[in-house]
Design a protein around this ligand. Structure first.
Ligand code: M6R
Length: 605
């Protein structure tokens, strides 16, 4: 949940690291810090708050001169966000500086041991424990000391290390937390993701668990946990710097909403060949499974709720969707006949990883739907289908979510065909519908101005309900999450038929209810629910398909979206809800791309 960068070369380490931290800020933004090495001296500056606070202090600090250093932007796990707890942390002897992403589970035990040896601690962090342990293990051989320290740590970490005795070299290592190395010419980098250095190089090496990299300006050497050198392949990143920049948009979130037609197209197109769905990455016989279990967190779970409906509806295969943080502890009834689908944008979500491990231990085959190439989830899965959304920087996911749904559509149609559950005619119709999705998503974006006006009307609401049925309900869950996470307005999503079992007590004069009415077979039912809330004073904003005339008589405001087959409506109908959340948050002057208390990838439990 934190951002890490390391650099060594001949350029100005401070400028390069601060610039990288700005790009990484979406990973955590409660404090930040930088350490630069100059000969045998390590100088460090840290600041509470956003990276800009650090920049304003660091730029004035003449000691931060050097060609080698590390930086960090934090999402606090141990200890409140303040200057002392910010990273890097220095060992007591000043020999080591360390930045860390992850959680050290046995930190208390190690800390006690080190205190008994006479060491003292300044911060409340587990990271300081690690750097002190490193210094305790050091006898002049840094590689040996890092490997020994790694072997004593229980938990997850991606680390960057400077050692005063080894100028010009940065070290990085990982267990269950991502580290990518960037290869330049006469300079090298590492980061918790590629955005840290994408403006300098596209040639990367993915570090694997229990590996240590020694990075100097001309050479990168990687060792396994035994200290043996390992050869790694170099991967070329396919996207470029523009994808990780705002390109004129006020916020990444708006840019990413607008990128959805292109992202959906990039996800769909390579997998349709001669009007057939082809998953080169999926060499499985779907007939051997008697059920599908989808697991994920947050919006990825909500994409899974849509996926569950689609798979069950067209494959007639028992499918459930379960939150990964619950599944991992529920001793789930999974066996080798269960296909587990793990969904994740970042590919690093701790609970999803744990749920996958649990599923694998019970013999399930695990398929990942994942955006980040080479991520832990992609590697852990038996099969991975990538969503080609490109980098997603805004904490609130948009194109990550819609591309996950696009993959579910393709997977379900592919599976239904294998299972003989759809005939050739329906198969061809579905494929034509899939091919039209990018264009329909593009047309939906034409609602931008209208949604903005509605947000102007409704942004002052203190509580907003989303209601829908079946597919529409699954989308309400995501629409409501989008609103609450970036605007901090209380919001609930309800299966419309459930309202009368309790929640309708909360409906009062002026309460805004967003009614999603795009699932045609249940239109009359949701209209009854609209009438019920209106009778109790609610104002209703309805989202319906473009040929729906009835709805104007029922709702106070209406947004009409392009019509397609019922199963494909969710990927379209979420778009105005994303825009609505965005403009409500904007009117409320919220920090849209970096909402409070959140971070982009949730690598802790
Ligand atoms: O990277 P993942 O897709 O695994 O992340 C899962 C959730 O943390 C994520 O979707 C979260 O709910 C988003 N902030 C929602 O916008």
């Amino acid at each position: 949940m934190c951002g890490i960068i390391g650099f060594t070369g001949t350029g100005d380490a401070r400028g390069i690291i601060l610039d990288g931290l700005k790009r990484l800020e979406y990973r955590g933004y409660d404090s930040a810090g930088i350490a630069v090495q100059n000969g045998n001296e390590i100088n460090m500056v840290k600041a509470q708050g956003k990276v800009d606070n650090l920049i304003s202090i660091a730029e004035k600090n003449d000691k931060l001169i050097g060609t080698c250093g590390i930086g960090h932007t934090r999402w606090a796990t141990h200890g409140v966000p303040n200057d002392v707890n910010a990273h890097p942390h220095l060992s007591e002897d000043g020999k080591f500086a360390l930045v860390h992403n992850g959680i050290i589970e046995n930190q208390l035990e190690i800390k006690e041991r080190l205190i008994k040896k006479g060491m003292t601690f300044k911060s409340d962090t587990d990271t300081e424990v690690m750097v002190q342990l490193l210094s305790y293990n050091y006898d002049g051989d840094i590689k040996k000391a890092i490997l020994k320290t790694m072997s004593e740590i229980v938990g997850s970490f991606g680390i960057g290390v400077l050692c005063a005795d080894n100028p010009g070299i940065v070290y990085t290592a990982k267990v269950a937390s991502p580290i990518v190395i960037g290869l330049g010419v006469g300079e090298n980098y590492f980061g918790s993701d590629i955005t840290a250095f994408i403006n300098h190089t596209k040639n990367v090496i993915d570090l694997d668990d229990n590996e240590l990299a020694e990075v100097s300006k001309d050479k990168v050497t990687i060792y396994n946990y035994k200290g043996e050198e390992v050869k790694k392949s170099i991967r070329k990143v396919t996207w470029d710097i523009a994808a990780a920049e705002k390109s004129g948009y006020e916020h990444f979130m708006l840019k990413e909403i607008m990128e959805q037609p292109a992202a959906i197209k990039a996800t769909i197109e390579p997998r349709i060949k001669d009007d057939k769905i082809v998953f080169d990455e999926l060499n499985i016989d779907i007939k051997k499974f008697d059920r599908v279990l989808i697991t994920a967190c947050g919006s990825a779970y909500y994409a899974g709720c849509v996926g569950k409906n689609v798979i069950e509806k067209i494959c007639r295969l028992h499918t459930s969707a379960e939150v990964a943080s619950e599944l991992r502890y529920s001793d789930p009834m999974i066996d080798e006949k269960t296909l587990v689908i793990a969904v994740s944008q970042s590919g690093e979500t701790a609970d999803t990883i744990a749920a996958m491990k649990e599923a694998k231990s019970k013999g399930a085959v695990v398929l990942a739907i994942v955006n980040v190439v080479g991520s832990t989830i992609a590697k852990l899965a038996d099969y991975a289908i990538y969503t080609w959304a490109g980098p997603e920087i805004a904490v609130a996911t948009t194109k990550g979510y819609t591309t996950q749904i696009a993959v579910f559509y393709m997977f379900a149609i592919w599976a239904a065909k294998q299972l003989g559950k759809i005939d050739d005619k329906k198969y061809v119709e579905y494929i034509q519908d899939i091919k039209r999705l990018p264009e329909r998503a593009q047309r939906t974006l034409d609602l931008n101005t209208k949604v903005q006006k509605l947000a102007d009307k409704y942004f002052h609401n203190k509580s907003i309900f989303f209601i829908g049925r079946y597919f529409d309900y699954a989308v309400c869950l995501e629409g409501s999450l989008k609103l609450k996470e970036i605007s901090y307005i209380h919001s609930e999503a309800y299966a419309a038929g459930e309202l009368k079992h309790g929640t309708i007590a909360l409906i009062e004069e002026g309460r805004l209810v967003v009614a999603v009415c795009c699932y045609e077979p249940l239109l009359d039912k949701i209209i009854s629910n609209i009438q019920q809330v209106k009778a109790r004073g609610a104002e209703v904003l309805a989202l319906a398909m473009e040929d729906n005339k009835k709805i104007f008589k029922e709702a106070d405001d209406v947004l009409l979206v392009p019509k397609t087959d019922d199963i494909f409506m969710p990927i379209i109908e979420i778009i105005p809800l994303q825009l609505f959340a965005y403009y409500v948050a904007k009117n409320n002057k919220c920090d849209i791309d970096k909402p409070k208390n959140l971070a982009k990838s949730v690598t802790v439990e």
